[in-house]
Design a protein around this ligand. Structure first.
Ligand SMILES: [Ca+2]
Length: 144
């Protein structure tokens, strides 16, 4: 069993930070009752969490996501922001159309991290009209 570093990766009792039109939502979850809706259709938002990395090592980041309704497209990205050395690692970046389900299998999001605080950030930038972007089941685990 892996030692999960993301607190409430399923957004069920959320210690996450939301900006713009982001919030937890019950419409497009993968597990449990809730997912994070990163943006409302036609608007923008971010969802983030600060995480302490206990040991230097290799870590695997993964998440599930989906877009819902809307016409047009939404520019989305998932980043890991590192303080020392100051760095932003873009884990996922795309322009997504409406009503599509995506599965990020963590195998290609491995990252070397020192012991320190990092921040996971999901950002959606809408080009009105646009779909909403939902994420669920966020995970960051050390690779043995
Ligand atoms: Ca959930």
């Amino acid at each position: 069993m892996s030692n999960e570093l993301v607190r409430d990766g399923g957004f069920e009792n959320s210690p996450w930070w939301f900006t713009g039109t982001a919030k937890v939502d019950v419409n497009c979850q993968r597990t449990g009752q809730y997912a994070a809706r990163v943006n409302l259709g036609g608007t923008s938002g971010t969802v983030s969490q600060r995480i302490f990395i206990p040991f230097a090592g290799r870590y695997r980041f993964s998440f599930w996501h989906v877009t819902d309704s809307g016409g047009g497209s939404v520019a989305v990205k998932a980043e890991i922001r590192i303080a020392t050395p100051r760095q932003t690692v873009t884990v996922y970046e795309s322009v997504l159309g409406p009503n599509q389900v995506y599965q990020q299998a963590g195998t290609r999001q491995d990252i070397e991290l020192e012991s320190q605080y990092i921040e996971i950030v999901f950002a959606a930038t809408a080009n009105a009209p646009s779909p909403a972007w939902y994420i669920d089941d966020v995970s960051l685990v050390e690779i043995p």
